[in-house]
Design a protein around this ligand. Structure first.
Ligand SMILES: [Zn+2]
Length: 281
């Protein structure tokens, strides 16, 4: 028998008042500390404790970079699954799921807008759509962004986050490397600036084409950037890879990048770069 027990008007716990904490906190794999999600959101998805840059979606990126009043374009293209491809599940089913999850037709968004005094064409990849992989639709969408830049002479900015070419489209995906590179060469002839922004991760065929072809190649801190994965390289050359291999900081010290720019400073940095790169009217 308990010594003290409230017999009359016993306190009844109200289920509705239970505080749910799941989803409110997240663990940072940079510093292993638990961070309040709202705090992370307010800080542009950069860890307030260690500065680790978490991945963000294409829409958030566009909001971050362009001034208000921008326009989204070229959103109507859809993959035709040219090879009728099936691996663990049919490519068509993968596409449908990615489309439902992201609300996009494919792994990219083109936007027209301004950054300060500059009108720009901005193309941003969406990693959540089949790993940001580049199939015919992503390639064609970027090619259209290039065409828009050529037609208007507005600078082009492409933000990449991609696992590389989309294997489910075979050679059609690989052809995009050549198509986009040819378009960028035209921009070079016309002396229209192109700035490549590399975010975590930028690998495979995307690194091997437009992500590294900018007049200015800039990356976010700590981004994984490379062509083949480290395991494949280690097995091929039979050597242990150095610390920090394929991260932005390593690439900067080895001359593969022009700058590492924190997310918060990215917009101002690009505006300043465009001030230098475009003739004064
Ligand atoms: Zn952290």
């Amino acid at each position: 028998m308990t010594w003290f027990k409230r017999e009359d008007n016993e306190i009844v716990t109200d289920d509705r008042k239970t505080v749910r904490t799941e989803g409110l906190w997240t663990k940072c794999d940079g510093c292993r500390q638990v961070i309040f999600k709202a705090e992370l959101d307010a800080n542009d998805n950069v860890c307030p404790k260690c500065g680790k840059h978490f991945r963000i979606g294409a829409r958030q990126r566009i909001d971050m970079l362009l001034d208000e009043g921008y326009e989204l374009v070229d959103l109507d293209l859809v993959s035709t699954d040219p090879l009728n491809f099936t691996d663990l599940k049919p490519y068509k089913a993968r596409l449908k799921k990615a489309q439902a999850d992201t609300g996009l037709n494919d792994a990219i968004i083109n936007a027209l807008g301004t950054m300060g005094s500059h009108s720009v064409v901005l193309s941003v990849m969406e990693y959540k759509f089949i790993g940001g992989s580049m199939g015919a639709v992503v390639g064609e969408t970027i090619a259209r962004a290039v065409d828009r830049s050529l037609a208007t002479r507005h600078p082009l900015i492409i933000v990449s986050s991609s696992g590389g070419a989309r294997m489910m489209e075979g050679i059609a995906s690989l052809m995009q490397l050549a198509k986009i590179s040819a378009g960028l060469a035209k921009m070079d002839d016309e002396k229209i600036p192109y700035i490549a922004v590399l975010t975590d991760p930028t690998t495979g065929g995307v690194t091997a084409s437009f992500a590294m072809l900018g007049d200015l190649n800039i990356a976010e801190p700590g981004a994984l950037i490379g062509f083949a994965g480290p395991r494949v390289i280690e097995q091929t050359i039979r050597q242990k890879l150095p610390e920090g291999f394929q991260r932005s900081e390593f690439l900067l010290t080895h001359g593969m990048l022009d700058a590492i720019v924190p997310r918060k400073e990215m917009k101002q940095y690009i505006i300043r770069a465009l001030d230098f790169m475009t003739p004064k009217s």
